[in-house]
Design a binder for this molecule. Structure first.
Ligand SMILES: Nc1ncnc2c1ncn2[C@@H]1O[C@H](COP(=O)(O)OP(=O)(O)OP(=O)(O)O)[C@@H](O)[C@H]1O
Length: 500
C-alpha cells in the first residue's frame, strides 16, 4: 500500500517514536486527506473505512468489487476507482461534495439515480457496459461526462445539463439526438459510432470542437437542401461555423471560407465564379472588335441597368425609356428559358429559347452574365448589347441583383438604378393580382425586397441611384428625369428621386 499524505501528515514520521503504534494509526487515519493505492491487486479496501477525512482517494488497477467504504468518507471530493471490477454504480452513501469520479474500466452496466450528487462535475465512465444513459438529471454541476466505449445506442438522459465536454466515442450511436438542450456544450466526441447524418447538431452555438471520425456520415437531411453532393468535413464546418476543432484537427479560417463558399456562397462569390466561366468560354471563341468598344477609356459605352425585385416595374420603365427617348436608348433583350407570358413577344421582351439552346449559348461564350431565377435561366448576351451599340445607342436592360454583381465584374460600367418597393404588402398584392406566380415565388420576391434594401444600406454607391416605387412611377416625368441625369452628368447620375 502506497500512501501519499497531505502536508498535515508529513510530520508524523518524526513523532512515530513517541506514540504506541495503534495510537499513531488512529491519529493518522483521522487526519489523512489523500490516499493512493495503485496496482496492488487489492480486492478489499474496507480498511479505508477509518479514513473519515479523506478528500482524495485513488484506487486504480486493483480488483476491487465493493466500494462501500466510501460511505464513511463524507469529505471526499475526488475518487478514482478506475480499472477495477466494480459492478455497482455509486455503491456507497453519497459524500456531499464529491466532484470528480473516475469509474472507467469497470464492469458497470446500469446507471442508477444520482439525485444526491449535485456537486458532481466530472464523471468518467469509459470502458464499462452501459447501454443507456440515465440517472444524471439532478447532477446540476456536471460539466464533463465521458462514456466512451460502452454499448450506448441512443443519446438521451442529458436534458439541460450544463455539460461542456461530452465524450461518447466508441458506442453504437446511429443518430445525433437530444443534444440541442446542451446549450453549454463546447467539446463533443462522437467518433467511432454509426452516425449517418449530421442533423441534430444545429443550435449548439458554443460547440467549438467535434470529433466525428470513423462514422458513416454520408448524407445529411439537414443540409439536403443545400447539398447535391456528399457532405464531408466542409459540410460539418459549414453547419457549425464556430468550430475551432474537427476530428482532432484545428479548423482553419481558409477551411471556414471554403465551407461557406461551397454551401452558401455570398453573391460576390457566385458572380465571380459565373463571370470567370463566361470569360473562359468567350476566350475560346474567335476574338473580334465590338461595336461597344469605344476609342477612349474615359468614355465607356453607356449602359443603364434597372434592377429590383421581380415585377417592381423595371421592365415597363425600361421599355418606356426606350420608347420615349428612342434617339438615345434601345432595349437590350435578354434570353430566357421561361415560356412567354400572354402578350410577350419573342425578340422584344426576351429571346425565348430552350434550355438546350441556352446551355449551348453558354458554352459558345455568348453571355456576359447569366442567372437562374424561379427555375429558369436568364442571360444577357454580348450580342444583345452589340445590337444596340451598332445603332449608336445606349443599352438599357433590367435584371435581378445577381446580374448586377456579375456585370460589376465585367469591363462595362453601367449606371445602376435600384427600383425598390416601399410597401411590401402592396408589392405582394401586385404580384398576386398578376396571377402569374406561385405562392412560393411571391414569398421569395417579397423577401428579396429586404436583400435589395440591405445591399443598398450597407454598400453606399453600389447603386447609382434609388427609385422608391410605391405608386405607379411610369410617368413621363420620371423617364425624362432619368434620361436627363444620364445625359447631363456625363456618366454620373444625379437623379433627384426626392421629387418623384
Ligand atoms: N439577364 C438577366 N440577369 C438577371 N436577371 C434577369 C435577367 N433578365 C431578366 N432578369 C430578371 O429576372 C426576373 C424574372 O424575370 P421575368 O421576366 O420572368 O419576371 P416578370 O415576372 O416578368 O417580372 P419583371 O416585370 O420584373 O420582368 C426579373 O426580375 C427580371 O428583371
Amino acid at each position: 500500500m502506497r500512501r501519499r499524505v497531505s502536508n498535515k501528515a508529513v510530520y508524523f514520521p518524526f513523532v512515530l517514536h513517541f506514540f504506541p503504534r495503534f495510537v499513531f494509526y488512529d491519529m493518522w487515519n483521522s487526519i489523512s486527506e489523500y490516499v493512493s493505492i495503485q496496482g496492488r491487486n487489492l480486492n478489499n479496501v474496507s480498511i479505508l473505512c477509518n479514513y473519515v477525512h479523506l478528500q482524495k482517494l485513488e484506487l486504480p488497477y486493483n480488483k476491487i468489487k465493493d466500494l462501500s467504504c466510501v460511505s464513511h468518507m463524507p469529505y471526499l471530493i475526488i475518487l478514482d476507482a478506475s480499472h477495477n471490477q466494480l459492478t455497482d454504480f455509486f455503491g456507497f452513501q453519497p459524500p456531499k461534495n464529491l466532484k470528480e469520479v473516475n469509474f472507467s474500466h469497470n464492469q458497470m452496466s446500469v446507471m442508477t439515480h444520482l439525485s444526491a450528487y449535485s456537486s458532481l462535475s466530472k464523471l468518467n465512465l469509459d470502458y464499462n457496459c452501459f447501454s443507456e444513459i440515465g440517472g444524471l438529471l439532478h447532477c446540476a454541476s456536471l460539466t464533463h461526462l465521458s462514456l466512451a466505449h460502452n454499448k450506448i445506442s441512443c443519446i438521451s438522459g442529458l436534458d439541460k445539463l450544463p455539460i461542456k465536454d461530452l465524450c461518447l466515442r466508441g458506442n453504437q450511436i446511429e443518430k445525433i439526438e437530444n443534444v440541442e438542450t446542451l446549450r453549454t456544450l463546447q467539446v463533443l466526441d462522437l467518433s467511432l459510432n454509426r452516425i449517418t447524418s449530421l442533423s441534430g447538431l444545429q443550435n449548439l452555438h458554443l460547440l467549438g470542437s467535434i470529433n466525428l471520425e470513423s462514422n458513416l456520415v454520408r448524407h445529411s437531411p439537414f443540409l439536403n437542401v443545400l447539398l447535391s453532393c456528399q457532405p464531408g468535413e466542409l459540410a460539418v464546418i459549414f453547419l457549425l461555423q464556430h468550430l475551432t476543432g474537427l476530428d482532432q484537427e484545428k479548423v482553419t479560417v481558409e477551411e471556414k471560407v471554403s465551407a461557406v463558399n461551397k454551401y452558401d456562397p455570398p453573391l460576390e462569390v457566385v458572380a465571380a465564379r459565373e463571370h470567370m466561366s463566361h470569360m473562359v468560354y468567350q476566350l475560346m471563341q474567335p476574338q473580334v472588335i465590338y461595336d461597344s468598344t469605344l476609342p477612349s477609356l474615359d468614355s465607356p459605352y453607356p449602359m443603364l441597368v434597372l434592377t429590383g425585385p421581380q415585377a417592381c416595374g423595371k421592365r415597363e420603365l425600361a421599355h418606356k425609356l426606350c420608347r420615349e427617348f428612342n434617339d438615345f436608348f434601345a432595349y437590350g433583350t435578354c434570353h430566357t428559358t421561361r415560356g412567354p407570358y400572354f402578350g410577350e413577344e419573342d425578340g422584344s421582351d426576351y429571346h425565348f429559347v430552350t434550355e438546350e439552346d441556352f446551355q449551348n449559348m453558354i458554352h459558345m461564350g455568348k453571355f456576359l452574365q447569366t442567372m437562374q431565377y424561379a427555375g429558369h435561366w436568364y442571360g444577357l448576351s454580348r450580342e444583345a448589347i452589340e445590337d444596340v451599340a451598332r445603332e449608336g445607342l445606349a443599352c438599357c436592360v433590367h435584371m435581378e441583383l445577381e446580374g448586377v454583381f456579375s456585370l460589376k465584374n465585367s469591363h462595362f460600367e453601367p449606371r445602376y438604378i435600384l427600383m425598390i418597393p416601399t410597401d411590401k404588402e402592396q408589392y405582394g398584392r401586385r404580384l398576386r393580382t398578376r396571377a402569374l406566380y406561385t405562392r412560393t415565388q411571391i414569398d421569395t420576391a417579397v423577401a428579396r425586397v429586404d436583400t435589395y434594401a440591405l445591399i443598398n444600406r450597407e454598400r453606399p454607391g453600389f447603386f447609382d441611384n434609388v427609385i422608391p416605387c410605391g405608386t405607379p412611377l411610369l410617368s413621363s416625368y420620371a423617364s425624362w428625369l432619368m434620361f436627363w441625369s444620364l445625359l447631363n452628368a456625363g456618366g454620373a447620375f444625379t437623379l433627384l428621386v426626392a421629387y418623384w
